[in-house]
Design a protein around this ligand. Structure first.
Ligand code: TYD
Ligand code: MG
Length: 456
């Protein structure tokens, strides 16, 4: 019998090492090497896509332009994150924590795609379990074929006999090929099976959705190379204690990566949320201190988000800072600006920040709103009702311009807000006069505090 060879493979970058070592010398990740069996006779299946072997270089103007064919789905949010529908022969990876709703999303999509023929392969659930799930979702597709299978060779066979329009693989970590002896979910298996599936997608022009698991550190399990290999990387996120779910595009060869799709998880599947601003604002009419509304942009969509702050006297030796849905380092930076530039004693306060609705916000335009929420909580002074903020705050306490300000103002106006604070330069250069909303320009934080709270 041939001697079995083992290699140590980095679970982070996929690099192969002959000996175990604490740190991968390729990507510098600690403790990421795992021993895997490698059958020496089997060579990797080579490049995933053969896009014309034997071609010669051509002048670009002589190359025929072909626009990709897209299958527009009935799900507006999926269309949005994919850049306008499912591109023929494209491979999309959907990552997310366990239980967040990845299987539900793809099953619901498969049902909605009626009459397209779908092959839904699950390595995690039996056909009965999938049927039970499908019964909760109010769509039907007689052309949806479900199979519980983990062998890649069988999946390829099913594709040949069935010729589906779309394939869903739930999940790539459960699929394994006989060509390798390592366990399903190991880096070499994931890489090899994904490469074969991608080749199948390109050769047969059939779009494939792969579900990917997330490690406890929050990255897609399996080598980083997986993200490089596929055309589109989507992540499904949300708070488990909250029904809202967000699909984010992290990579898209066929569209923008700034888009998000928003859903609400109900007892009968996921519902598209077409007016997101309403859900991220709380419904109460009372005006509490520590609450401010920010006009943010998520992709091309303006989104009004409620920023909440709680400032209390420091309870322990070191001040506590906690942020949900917001970058903690950016919060520390904003608090340092308040301390140094505006003279507030933040060093003796505990500060807690929350973005309502469980949304994670990265748009710097929330800075001003967040700072106003902090000051509002600090002095227990509510912010006047129907006020919105849209500006970044710089290190010297200056109010900075943000992109697409007119979209933000228009959204705030549409939702009935009457005042919006923006950077002074931007207030002057607006191309349009707003009649229902007052646009207030400010250059420094003090100016905002003076008008919002009446005193500095
Ligand atoms: P699931 O799609 O199994 O998550 P993943 O594939 O990402 O692990 O989602 C499971 C959760 O969704 C589960 O806790 C039950 C809930 N759910 C609903 O609330 N409504 C539904 O209609 C369905 C099918 C699931
Ligand atoms: Mg699942």
């Amino acid at each position: 019998m041939a001697k079995q060879k083992t290699l140590y493979i980095c679970q982070n970058c996929g690099a192969q090492h002959l000996k175990w070592q604490g740190k991968c010398s390729s990507c510098n990740e600690w403790n990421s090497l795992v021993e895997e069996l490698v059958d020496a006779r089997i060579k990797s299946s080579g490049p995933a896509i053969s896009i014309g072997i034997g071609n010669v270089p051509q002048p670009i103007h002589e190359i025929e332009s072909a626009s990709e064919r897209r299958l527009a789905t009935p799900d507006g949010e999926i269309n949005r994150v994919l850049g306008g529908g499912i591109v023929d022969g494209s491979v999309s990876l959907l990552g997310g924590e366990p239980g967040i709703g990845k299987s539900t999303l793809l099953l619901q999509l498969a049902l909605q795609l009626h009459p397209a023929k779908i092959l839904y392969v699950s390595g995690e659930e039996s056909a009965h379990q999938i049927k039970m799930r499908a019964q909760r979702i109010p769509f039907t597709n007689d052309n949806l074929f479900v199979v519980s299978e983990t062998r890649l060779e069988r999946i390829v066979e099913f594709n040949k006999t069935m010729e589906p329009d779309v394939i869903v693989i739930d999940s790539i970590q459960t699929v394994h090929t006989d060509a390798l002896e390592s366990a399903p979910g190991s880096v070499s298996q994931v890489r090899e099976t994904a490469a074969k599936l991608i080749r199948l997608a390109k050769e047969q022009n059939v779009p494939i959705f792969l579900v990917g698991h997330i490690t406890k550190e929050g990255s897609l399990a399996g080598p980083k190379v997986l993200e490089h290999m596929v055309d589109t990387v989507l992540t499904f996120e949300g708070d488990r204690h909250n029904n809202y779910r967000v699909v984010r595009t992290n990579k898209n060869r066929f569209g923008s990566t700034m888009e998000i799709g928003i859903y609400e998880m109900l007892a009968d599947g996921l519902r598209e949320v077409s007016n997101p601003s309403e859900i991220f604002l709380s419904e109460s009419d009372e005006h509490f201190s520590g609450v401010a509304i920010a006009a943010t942009m998520e992709g091309n969509r303006p989104l009004l988000v409620e920023t909440q702050a709680l400032v209390t006297p420091q309870a322990y030796g070191t001040p506590q800072r906690s942020a949900t849905g917001f970058d903690l380092r950016r919060l520390s930076m904003l608090l340092a600006v308040l301390e140094k530039r505006c003279g507030f004693k933040m060093g003796v306060k505990d500060v807690f920040i929350n973005m309502a609705g469980g949304l994670r916000v990265e748009d710097p335009a929330v800075d001003l709103s967040l700072i106003c929420a902090v000051i509002s909580s600090l002095h227990d002074l509510p912010i006047p009702p129907l006020t919105v903020f849209a500006a970044e705050v710089g290190l010297s306490g200056e109010i900075r311009a943000v992109n697409r300000i007119e979209n933000r103002i228009a959204e705030a106006e549409k939702l009935g807000f009457t005042t919006i604070y923006v950077a002074s330069g931007q207030a002057q250069s607006l191309s349009k006069k707003y009649t229902n909303i007052r646009v207030v320009g400010a250059g420094k934080l003090e100016e905002v505090f003076r008008t919002v709270f009446g005193a500095g």
